[in-house]
Write a protein that binds this ligand. Structure first.
Ligand SMILES: [Zn+2]
Length: 117
């Protein structure tokens, strides 16, 4: 029996979440910024709006409509993106804190602003 080749993906703690603004730090999309559309935790990937666009050729079908070439975002590895502080517009450098309500939250190291509402 052939051994099942299972790609083991070790989940890394992802501090990013949907609607976060991030900057791409490496790869061909370097320097681009966008909003996170989706966090794929079991693959350590994120989908970022208008970043890493791929063209998909689709056939007309009742669900996709008329078909043709569809552009959509391809997931990026989380290590390639960095969170941008909405207050000071700087990417990176955050630490975790616990708010008075006992909620975990991210704090910008530069302007000390809480990122999560
Ligand atoms: Zn900041």
């Amino acid at each position: 029996m052939p051994k099942a080749r299972k790609k083991s993906i070790v989940p890394v703690p992802i501090r990013l979440k949907k609607n976060d603004l991030v900057e791409v730090r490496s790869g061909r999309e370097k320097g681009k910024t966008g909003k996170i559309l989706k966090v794929i935790r079991d693959k350590n990937q994120v989908l970022v709006e208008k970043v890493n666009m791929i063209k998909r050729h689709t056939r007309p079908s009742p669900t996709t409509g008329q078909g043709g070439i569809l552009e959509k975002e391809a997931p990026l590895h989380v290590s390639k993106v960095m969170l941008i502080c909405p207050k000071c517009a700087t990417a990176g450098r955050f630490r975790m804190t616990v708010t008075a309500e006992g909620k975990k939250s991210r704090v910008c190291r530069k302007c000390k602003e809480l990122i999560d509402g």
